[in-house]
Design a binder for this molecule. Structure first.
Ligand SMILES: C[C@H](O)[C@H](O)[C@H]1CNC2=NC(N)=NC(=O)C2=N1
Length: 114
């Protein structure tokens, strides 16, 4: 588990810088199951989680929602039977901030929670 999962998000500010190419290259290596994609001109982190059924996918979704509220940083969540697609980016800057990598690592850590 990456050290990122033990960090706290900083407040989202509109003037915060997006991660640089070098920062992106270093940070993405810490969350190897995530992809950095560009959607509607916005760089985002995305991962698909697989589950046995809808009930388990929903339970994970609810845990993620609690995490987002606790950190006041919110993902895109697409819930389907047996699948949850999670997308992280920072709306305030229209791209990726270190917060997004922290939250992706924290999202992964939810899987190991009981
Ligand atoms: C008003 C604004 O949406 C809030 O300050 C927070 C809430 N959660 C957020 N979540 C994400 N992913 N990006 C934001 O910029 C963001 N801003």
């Amino acid at each position: 588990m990456s050290e990122l999962s033990n960090m706290k998000c900083e407040a989202c500010r509109a003037d915060a810088p997006k991660v640089s190419d070098d920062e992106l290259a270093a940070l993405i290596r810490e969350i190897p199951d995530w992809a950095a994609i560009v959607r509607d001109d916005v760089m985002q982190l995305e991962r698909v989680y697989k589950f046995k059924n809808f009930k388990q996918a929903l339970a994970f979704t609810n845990k993620l929602a609690e995490l987002a509220e606790a950190e006041f940083h919110h993902p895109g969540i697409f819930l389907e039977w047996g699948k949850v697609t999670v997308t992280w980016w920072t709306h305030a800057i229209g791209g990726l901030h270190k917060n997004d990598f922290i939250m992706a690592a924290k999202t992964d850590a939810l899987l190991s929670d009981a």
